[in-house]
Design a protein around this ligand. Structure first.
Ligand code: NAD
Length: 490
């Protein structure tokens, strides 16, 4: 990746984005569209189809037809594997173009998006492609006069509803294991960032995925998303997004066909630093990167710093210095460390949260407003107590709160004093303490002496109200397969 290549792509015209239903590129039946506003400069860069219930029904019907016709599930595993591997290769061949398109759509800095978007999706698709002929049923240890088999079968039609912060990465977390297991899929990206998912689906068809097996509909959550979630013909719904919408999806499932609903929701992840951490500089860098990259719009962002009182002042000084130095701005500049907030509305919500905060160590305001883009300076707010809303609610922006603790028990209590439980970070050089913290902190991912970083071999899932599903790893295949028991009398 070179800056000159990015610059060539930054203003490239965007061909009319089309949904793909039953293998055909289509616009919404109504002809309605939604504007795509780039957070880089607030300018409109494209229009996406604004699907209605009728469009969604067509997509689900196409998926159902392809599933019942067994045009995908009925293929030999090796044939399915080769299509998925080819799909990954095509994404790789178009990686930079996809990365730049995605950044224009959602504002993530390219230094992060390049790896986290196309290359993460490529890795995920290859991982599940390779699993196709390695995950299969079992023969149970029954008595000698019976044969008990446990078969794995695809659930049927899977709907995936994904957010705007890492659209390709998260769409791949759902689509790849669902397709690898033989399902047909309808994906609905966020109306705030749909362009790369639409391109990705087009590339799947180019790779040889049969028509109807993977469909993409775009539009609002309230209409297109709701229609998918209420569909009587969707067997499983895999969702990543906010807790409020997650709750609604469970209601829609209850009111329709009791489809399985898998939720990956928000976080309020604690980053806990003990005074026995040997390398406070390393910890400070991890804390700052752990909240401010992608302007805090990361589900596992370490948004609550919980730091031992004895090192509080020294540590806050270190992170404040680092945060104030971060390069914020044009996300298509390779040296940018913090890109844009996804939309003006989201930026305003984040700014509203800052207003009234007591002790702002750095940041706290919109910057680069002259560009028309949506940028907020990395913001550190100290003296935050457990009772503050700032301590409790996911903000999803470049805001780090700081709370001091006295001893290990206090740190655990603070860390767990949230209804969410997605991730956590612990910094200590005491091995026993590290193990005690791993056991005590109620979160789906606990990092020790590092933050972020993982790969497809390990699951990502939330404790408490951060969700009920698990993306990534072979465990994700369970979401998209039924287990059928076969009981044969010999
Ligand atoms: P969101 O909940 O607003 O939207 C997510 C998706 O749901 C979008 O596609 C949207 O169109 C759709 N949607 C909205 N209302 C709907 C409805 N009534 N019915 C059906 N679909 C509907 O979330 P967002 O703002 O796009 O994303 C940010 C949230 O996602 C944050 O809370 C973040 O923590 C979470 N997130 C979680 C993970 C994880 O792995 N746990 C990863 C990334 C983001």
């Amino acid at each position: 990746m070179h800056q000159s290549q990015i610059d060539q792509l930054r203003d490239a015209p965007i061909e009319t984005p089309m949904m793909i239903i039953g293998g055909q590129p289509v616009l919404a039946i109504s002809g309605k569209t939604l504007p795509v506003i780039s957070p880089i400069d607030g300018q409109e860069i494209a229009q996406i189809p604004d699907a209605g219930t009728g469009d969604v029904d067509l997509a689900v019907a196409a998926a159902r037809r392809s599933f019942e016709g067994a045009i995908w599930a009925g293929l030999a595993p090796a044939a399915r594997k080769s299509v998925l591997l080819k799909w990954a290769d095509l994404i790789e061949a178009n990686a930079l173009e996809l990365a730049v398109l995605g950044v224009r759509d959602n504002g993530t800095e390219i230094s992060m998006a390049y790896k986290a978007e196309p290359f993460s999706a490529i890795g995920t698709i290859r991982y599940y492609a390779e699993a196709i002929d390695k995950v299969y049923g079992e023969v149970a240890p029954t008595g000698p006069d019976t044969l008990g088999m446990i078969l794995r079968e695809p659930v049927g039609v899977v709907a995936a509803i994904v957010p705007w912060n890492f659209p390709m990465m998260i769409a791949a977390w759902k689509i790849a294991p669902a397709l690898a297991s033989g399902n047909s899929v309808v994906v609905k990206p966020s109306e705030m960032a749909s362009l790369t998912v639409m391109r990705m689906v087009a590339l799947a068809l180019e790779a040889g995925l049969p028509d109807g097996v993977l469909n993409v509909v775009t539009g609002t959550g309230a209409v297109a998303g709701q229609a998918l979630a209420r569909s009587m013909d969707v067997d499983a719904l895999a969702f990543t997004g906010s807790g409020g919408v997650g709750r609604q999806l469970m209601e829609y499932a209850a009111q329709s066909n009791l489809k399985r609903v898998f939720l990956e929701l928000g976080g309020k992840s604690p980053h806990i630093v003990f005074d026995d951490c040997a390398d406070l500089d390393k910890a400070a860098t991890a804390v700052v990167n752990g909240i401010f990259r992608n302007a805090g719009q990361v589900c596992i962002a370490g948004s609550r710093l919980i730091v031992q009182r004895s090192i509080h002042d020294v540590f806050v000084k270190k992170i404040t210095k680092l945060a104030a130095k971060m390069r914020v701005g044009d996300p298509l500049n390779m040296t940018t460390q913090v890109g844009a907030l996804n939309s003006e509305l989201h930026m305003q919500r984040v700014l509203d949260v800052i207003t009234g905060a007591h002790s702002i160590e750095t940041g706290g305001e919109r910057i680069h407003a002259d560009t028309g883009g949506f940028y907020i300076a990395p913001t550190i707010i100290s003296g935050v107590t457990e009772d503050d809303l700032l301590f409790k609610e996911e903000i999803f922006g470049p805001i780090l709160t700081v709370t001091a603790f006295d001893d290990e028990a206090d740190a655990i209590r603070l860390a767990n004093n949230t209804e969410l439980g997605l991730a956590a970070g612990v910094w200590t050089d005491n091995l026993s303490r590290a193990h005690r913290m791993v056991a005590a902190v109620r979160a789906g991912v606990v990092h020790v002496n590092t933050f972020g970083g993982a790969d497809n071999t390990v699951p990502l899932g939330g404790y408490k109200q951060s969700g009920n599903g698990q993306d990534k790893s072979l465990l994700a295949i369970d979401k998209f397969t039924n287990r059928k028991t076969v009981w044969i009398k010999l």
